[in-house]
Design a protein around this ligand. Structure first.
Ligand SMILES: [Zn+2]
Length: 267
């Protein structure tokens, strides 16, 4: 029999109001995903509320319940304040959490690498100067952990080395297609040399090196669209999540437009 009370570290990926004062939480832990009930968390006086907000990392004590485990104690470890103070960063955190929720299955037992990536991702979103760049880094790391690292050095059709020429990216094959193989991959889209270089850079460098990178806006837009198509293809079988991600991306764009607005016009 598993113990009735157990302790774990978790990140709150999602929350949903339940009843009058409770909340159902989707928790990412190093040993899988857990759905748990936080009783009374929405009451002003609840001690748990401050310790267990959305995207917080916390040390928890859970009690096994009949239908759902119940949070009996929570001690906050990290609240990622930078995310809470900025609509754009918050929209990105929602998107990152939704992606993570899709990639980690409920029955997954070893999710330590995913957990570490989520903790780092929230830290980057809270603190780094260019959250867009870090989000692309997060997506690529997540794809790699999920077994979908894009193939960038050899053509996904003929396996020949990729040269600096008019290459394409094929979401279905999960990587670059050389111009000679283009006829057999009609769904592939052109990818610029700049975007190919940045993809390789993001997949092979440390966070310190990523920090030194500045992207041209057009390269950035291209990468964003490429990864969006690739993720959409991978998650396609799950239509609900594709729709949720689309809505979250729209929210990111709205928050971005608002953030770019001159201060005088800001509401
Ligand atoms: Zn080829």
């Amino acid at each position: 029999m598993p113990p009735r009370i157990y302790r774990l570290e978790a990140i709150v990926l999602k929350e949903m109001d339940y009843g009058e004062a409770d909340r159902i939480l989707t928790l990412l832990t190093p040993t899988g995903k857990v759905t748990a009930l936080a009783k009374g968390i929405r009451r002003m006086t609840s001690r748990k509320a401050g310790q267990l907000g959305l995207f917080c990392r916390a040390e928890l004590v859970l009690a096994r319940g009949r239908n759902m485990d119940i949070v009996s104690q929570a001690q906050s470890l990290e609240t990622y304040e930078g995310i809470r103070q900025d609509l754009f960063r918050f929209a990105y955190a929602c998107y990152a959490a939704e992606l993570m929720d899709r990639f980690v299955q409920e029955e997954e037992e070893d999710s330590a690498a995913f957990y570490d990536l989520m903790a780092k991702g929230l830290e980057w979103l809270a603190n780094e100067a260019d959250p867009r760049l870090w989000m692309r880094y997060f997506e690529l790391r997540l794809l790699s952990l999920g077994g979908y690292q894009p193939q960038l050095y050899r053509c996904t059709v003929c396996e020949r080395e990729i040269l600096p020429e008019g290459n394409l990216f094929d979401a279905e094959r999960g990587g670059i297609v050389c111009p000679r193989c283009a006829p057999v991959a009609p769904q592939a889209r052109p990818v610029s040399l700049g975007a190919q270089k940045v993809l390789r850079y993001l997949l092979s460098r440390s966070p310190e090196e990523i920090r030194a990178l500045t992207l041209k806006p057009e390269t950035h837009n291209e990468l964003e669209a490429l990864l969006e198509r690739y993720l959409e293809y991978i998650l396609e079988r799950d239509l609900r999540s594709a729709a949720v991600l689309k809505r979250l991306r729209e929210e990111i764009r709205r928050a971005e437009r608002r953030a770019n607005r001159p201060a005088a016009e800001a509401v």
